[in-house]
Design a binder for this molecule. Structure first.
Ligand code: ATR
Length: 276
């Protein structure tokens, strides 16, 4: 038996991570065991786990960062971790969501993010994970809009670049003009209230609308984007594969070829739409 890994989340039964890591391991000729662990109580579940590394997904990414003895730069900058590696007696935490999103957009989709006027919807774990990487990728102004204003302010403060990062509120959306890149990092469609109405004025024919979710959870936002006439409407499946690849690299020292794994998952899109 090779090394042992797990993804912790709640719920987690539909997670694609075990399948993705198994595919990467086959590619690399590495033996590993990777399972999904449903964790209502993250700290207790992590304590009970004696494996070598873990991915952490909703809603535990901030708890994961807090559970780490040390943090890599990306996790430290955003306060959320999705990749844990056992080091000595404790855990080392990284965040690969941001690099995963940027690689999907710039690599697979060939988008140039430099100078793009960007709107980030949401200020929770997902938004915090990707915001530093978007800034590093060279987006121009980054507007952060969140239902709870204090969290947009807190994320903007955390990013520490007040000249480029602007917290705004849902009520302001109609006055913000058009964006080149609109990233939905809210969990709105997963909640009972459904997805909030967004003004069409946010998007135009050169815009890209990107949802960090995939399957059913991405449908409402991407439908809005298409109705608003965006050039690219992108769900989070590619980001999911890319963040997994970067986790794999951190654990095993090899960056997998993501294209065949992404293609195989995309083929099962009909299944995904009903699964998550
Ligand atoms: P995640 O890790 O998915 O980001 P989270 O930390 O709970 O999960 O954050 C969820 C995000 O979706 C938050 O930005 C949340 O807004 P609040 O900070 O105001 O809670 C946003 N969100 C969830 N449901 C929403 C809704 N119905 N309308 C608008 N925003 C919503």
């Amino acid at each position: 038996m090779g090394k042992r890994y797990a993804v912790f989340g709640h719920p987690v039964s539909h997670s694609l991570s075990p399948r993705i890591h198994a595919a990467f391991a086959r590619q690399a000729g590495i033996a590993l065991d990777y399972v999904a662990i449903d964790a209502p109580d993250f700290a207790a579940a992590l304590d009970a786990f004696d494996g070598d590394g873990a991915n952490v997904t909703l809603p535990h990414k901030a708890a994961a960062a807090a559970a780490c003895a040390t943090l890599g730069e990306a996790a430290r900058r955003c306060g959320v971790a999705n990749t844990l590696t056992r080091r000595g007696g404790g855990w080392h935490g990284d965040n690969t969501d941001g690099i995963g999103l940027v690689r999907d957009l710039t690599g697979r989709l060939g988008l140039d993010l430099r100078g793009r006027r960007t709107l980030l919807l949401g200020a929770g774990g997902g938004a915090r994970g990707v915001a530093p990487a978007l800034l590093d990728a060279g987006v121009a102004d980054l507007f952060v809009v969140n239902r709870t204003p204090a969290r947009a302010d807190a994320l903007a403060d955390m990013l520490g670049t007040p000249d480029r990062v602007h917290p705004r509120y849902f009520d302001d959306l109609a006055t913000l003009g058009e964006f080149d890149l609109i990233v939905n990092a809210t969990s709105a469609t997963r909640g009972a209230e459904g997805f909030p109405a967004l003004p069409m004025s946010l998007a135009g024919p050169r815009s890209a609308a990107v949802d960090l979710s995939y399957g059913e959870a991405a449908v409402a936002f991407l439908a809005w984007g298409r109705a608003a006439g965006v050039r690219d409407a992108v769900d989070g499946l590619g980001m999911l594969v890319e963040q997994a690849a970067e986790s794999f690299r951190l654990w095993h020292g090899l960056l997998p070829d993501t294209a065949p794994v992404y293609a195989a998952l995309r083929e099962r899109d009909a299944v995904l739409v009903s699964a998550d």
